[in-house]
Write a protein that binds this ligand. Structure first.
Ligand code: F6P
Length: 552
């Protein structure tokens, strides 16, 4: 089913178009309609991709490439619940989780919509229970959640809870614990009252080292404070596709919430993995988040490629990666509450498409996922934007911003907006050496000073960026934004011919950690010299063990 896009006529034509493509600044000067023509609106999001070095010819070929790669068929297969996750022989039906219409979905032929409805209804009832009559082992209300999960079982809910702070229910609090570093859980436990805490263990497999270790430690902490096994059963909930393991752990069966093998970890926020979000903001607002994503799904499924926001975002990303040579992509939310979005998208893009084999096992002959990184603006401007403006590499960027903000200091929003627009304008426009010279001369510098400083104050420009604008950050726009990126990642997977839904690349490290673990000495213990690995790993092991053997 997959093809080598680099061997297509479209690719060859794109290469020659790239060689001739005028600079973005010139394209803006030439075409006053450029911004309007290279923008699209979908599900409450306005996506302006005109500050990328594309023109009509490039866009036409990119769209032809998408058709050639079978994007339309692949999308239909995903919505139809066919095993688009070929290496694991699974469907990928996150769209079914958030579709509240009467449409029925099937995964590999078996109807799933009733399962989804039942599980979400169970989750809604549980939210009502926790918010009203649930009690901890000392009879207190459960107004605190410690959510224990990692990767896809952590990043989505963590990001959504932060982003929707405006909707937090009064008196309700959520902490996220992911790292196996005991400090993470330790710090969380130190800042909550365990007697008022609901511990949520989120793990699709219920076997992830970090999550299982932290869950056991949290259970021990609760028991250590006087809770019984029965209390543990009531003060723990589990979100998993391995309900047997959750029951064995000691969670009450009616507090085990299921999801299925056709929900990828990185795409699981819409499933019961959203429980901490629903507890923090209320189930109705969580449903609105799902609704925003569903609106983007309808758009993605029906809009023609040239007006399809996720398809266009994917094509622009591919153009920047494969033709402009951008090995890194910055996510720049000009919104403090989207501070966790870069980390979420980092996993979504890099764990999905950071691969070098096509689904059929053949090598991918072009570059795949770029390094994704980011920070909210304006902080990013005082950290790494220097390199985007004047560094030797082209780094592409997505700016994400809302026109309006609420709260007491909403007046500052104008400054935030101005900075966001200024950054993308500066990246695109740059400053020529002549312009720099003229500015320095106008500032009264001597001719020698002008010559000395002008090269440093020159900006190459032509640095590509896309701006995603919304009216306000809220559940619907956040849902649409996440779905936009989910579908972008899917489309790029199709174009590169890779399966975005597996993650075999994380396994080797997990296996080695298991093997190394017994070789780490307990504090104060002497271990024989390591000799089984490369000399670097042996040396580090010996040093660590020597340091640990000296500890009290
Ligand atoms: O990091 C690898 C990974 O498998 C991710 O894909 C996944 O989101 C995460 O671990 C957590 O997995 P689980 O939900 O099974 O604990």
């Amino acid at each position: 089913l997959t093809i080598d896009i680099a061997a297509t006529e479209e690719w060859t034509r794109l290469l020659s178009l790239h060689a001739r493509a005028p600079r973005i600044r010139e394209q803006f000067a030439r075409d006053p309609e450029r911004a309007r023509r290279f923008s699209v609106e979908a599900a409450g999001l306005f996506v302006d991709f005109s500050k990328n070095r594309i023109d009509d010819g490039v866009l036409r070929e990119l769209i032809a490439l998408a058709h050639r790669a079978g994007l339309d068929q692949a999308r239909a297969r995903m919505f139809a619940g066919e095993p688009v996750n070929a290496t694991e022989d699974r469907a990928a039906l996150h769209v079914a989780l958030r579709d509240r219409s009467s449409r029925t979905y099937s995964a590999r032929g078996a109807e799933i919509s009733s399962l989804v409805r039942a599980e979400l209804a169970k989750m809604e009832r549980f939210c009502a229970h926790v918010h009203s009559d649930a009690r901890g082992f000392r009879g207190d209300p459960l107004d605190t959640v410690v959510h224990i999960g990692i990767g896809g079982s952590d990043l989505g809910p963590r990001m959504a809870v932060d982003a929707l702070k405006q909707y937090w229910l009064a008196g309700q609090r959520t902490l996220f614990v992911s790292n196996v570093d005991g400090r993470h859980l330790g710090d969380a436990l130190a800042s909550v009252d365990p007697a008022r805490t609901l511990f949520i263990v989120a793990s699709k497999t219920f076997s992830t080292l970090e999550t299982v270790t932290n869950a056991r430690a949290a259970r021990d902490a609760l028991i250590g404070r006087g809770a019984s096994d029965r209390d543990v059963a009531r003060q723990f909930a589990a979100l998993t596709s391995n309900s047997r393991a959750a029951a064995e752990f000691g969670v009450a069966p009616d507090q085990v919430f299921s999801f299925w093998d056709w929900v990828g970890g990185r795409f699981s926020l819409w499933s019961v993995i959203g429980l901490p979000v629903a507890l923090q903001i209320g189930f109705d607002v969580f449903a609105a988040l799902q609704g925003g994503a569903a609106a983007m799904d309808r758009h993605f499924e029906t809009a023609p490629a040239g007006a399809n926001a996720p398809v266009l975002l994917a094509l622009i990303g591919l153009w920047n990666r494969n033709f402009e040579g951008a090995a890194a992509h910055a996510i720049l939310p000009y919104d403090q509450r989207l501070g966790e979005l870069p980390a979420f998208l980092q996993q979504l893009e890099m764990e999905s498409n950071g691969k070098r084999r096509r689904s059929d096992g053949a090598p991918v002959r072009v570059q795949t996922a770029p390094v994704v990184f980011g920070e909210p603006g304006t902080d990013c401007q005082h950290a790494f934007m220097q390199a985007l403006h004047q560094g030797t590499d082209v780094i592409s960027a997505d700016f994400i911003v809302a026109a309006l903000s609420d709260g007491e200091l909403a007046g500052q929003h104008e400054l935030l907006l101005a900075n966001c627009l200024a950054q993308s304008e500066a990246l695109m426009r740059g400053k020529t050496e002549d312009e720099a010279r003229a500015e320095l001369a106008a500032a009264g510098l001597s001719a020698a000073e002008v010559e000395r400083l002008a090269p440093h104050q020159t900006f190459p420009g032509g640095r590509p960026s896309t701006t995603i604008l919304m009216e306000r950050l809220g559940p619907q726009t956040l849902g649409a934004l996440i779905a936009l990126y989910e579908h972008k990642v899917f489309c790029q997977g199709v174009l590169w011919g890779i399966n975005p839904f597996d993650q075999w690349g994380v396994e080797l490290g997990k296996a080695l950690a298991k093997a190394i673990r017994p070789e780490i000495s307990a504090r104060g213990e002497r271990k024989p010299a390591a000799s089984r690995r490369d000399s670097s790993t042996n040396q580090l092991l010996d040093r660590i063990n020597a340091l640990r053997s000296r500890a009290e």
